[in-house]
Design a protein around this ligand. Structure first.
Ligand code: GDP
Length: 324
């Protein structure tokens, strides 16, 4: 592993946030506003990131110095399981197009964003970076995981063959402002916020929680992730990806209890074990990032309060949140 101590400064640079409309991309834009850089963004109607020629033309014209590759087709356990072709195709082609265009346009630094689901289903916990490709993946999200593993390898290959300063970060499960609260595609945190809020409003006695409630998950507030990504962009230059998480996890049942407290719901939960649990535990080993000098700041309960506040403020924008 080569880690340079030289810091890559973003001030005065043109920085492209690919995927700026997403939860991670919009948190990155908020965070980068403090860096004194010029933030470049492009909408889906201007450039379809799945089209190589469109991506290359745009990158060649915009000439970013640095790229955060946060564009992806994402979703929770059910979306992954039912839309495998979209998850594998979109993600493979988006990352291939952007990484290659960045290299041909001589981008100085690129950060590729993966996900903790790249690790084997039964990887020893907490999962270290070197657990990658040591065992079979969790079947429900293998499509997405395979695409993200390819993304890490792409960045690594361009570093190895061309000396490009391309790095990768692997965030754990994320939540926060800008999350997807549509139940068909959402992850567990926004799903539970939306369902619990809907139950509180309608006076329902119970909220349905998928699975047994026993799986353990780690949750990182998305503004903490954005801060870590800017930190890595500035401080890290190595071939191996870096885990980004909090270092601690909760059961889905414990999460549901916290959401109940934050939302102020007085009813109970019903666990539907006909729905998939997914991988039993997903906790990242964050010692590499800690050694580099970064730690998460937002406690889960506080992050849930901020997310619930965002949900209440934006509820009108999407009808049907929380509805089954
Ligand atoms: P995962 O981390 O890739 O498994 O993604 P999710 O965030 O979708 O699911 C995490 C865990 O929460 C799984 O065990 C789900 O079964 C459980 N879960 C409980 N209720 C829900 C729900 O309403 N929506 C989602 N997406 N997951 C839920």
């Amino acid at each position: 592993m080569t880690v340079s101590s030289r810091s890559y400064e973003l001030a005065g640079k043109r920085v492209w946030v690919a995927g700026h409309r997403g939860m991670v991309g919009s948190a990155l834009v908020r965070r980068l506003e403090r860096e004194g850089c010029e933030i470049l963004t492009v909408t889906r109607t201007e450039v379809d990131l799945r089209r190589q020629a469109e991506v290359e033309d745009w990158v060649n014209a915009a000439r970013p110095h640095a790229v955060f590759l946060a564009a992806a087709t994402v979703g929770g356990i059910l979306a992954n399981d039912t839309r495998p072709a979209e998850f594998i195709y979109d993600n493979l082609v988006i990352e291939t197009n952007i990484v290659h265009a960045a290299w041909t346009a001589r981008v100085e630094k690129l950060l590729f964003l993966g996900s903790s689901c790249i690790y084997p289903k039964l990887a020893p916990q907490p999962m270290r970076e070197d657990a990658l490709l040591t065992g079979p993946l969790e079947p429900t999200n293998q499509w997405y995981a395979v695409a993200k593993i390819a993304g890490i390898k792409l960045a690594e290959a361009y570093r190895r063959q061309y000396g490009a300063d391309f790095i990768s970060a692997m965030p754990t499960n994320l939540y926060g402002p800008g999350d997807n609260f549509e139940l068909k595609g959402s992850h567990v945190v926004p799903a539970l916020i939306a369902k619990t809020h809907a139950a509180k409003e309608s006076g329902a006695k119970e909220v349905e929680v998928w699975g047994t409630g026993k799986p353990r998950r780690e949750f990182l507030y998305v503004d903490d992730l954005a801060d870590a990504l800017v930190f890595l962009m500035r401080q890290y230059s190595g071939a191996e990806h870096v885990n980004v998480g909090t270092g601690s996890d909760v059961t889905i049942r414990e999460l549901a209890e916290l959401v109940r407290k934050v939302v102020g719901f007085e009813g109970g939960f019903r666990f539907d074990s006909s729905k998939p649990d997914g991988t039993p535990r997903k906790l990242l080993d964050v010692s590499k990032l800690a050694q580099l000098g970064w730690a998460a700041r937002t406690p889960l309960e506080e992050g849930l309060r901020l997310s619930y506040r965002w949900f209440l403020d934006h509820q009108a924008e999407a009808r049907g949140w929380g509805a089954r």
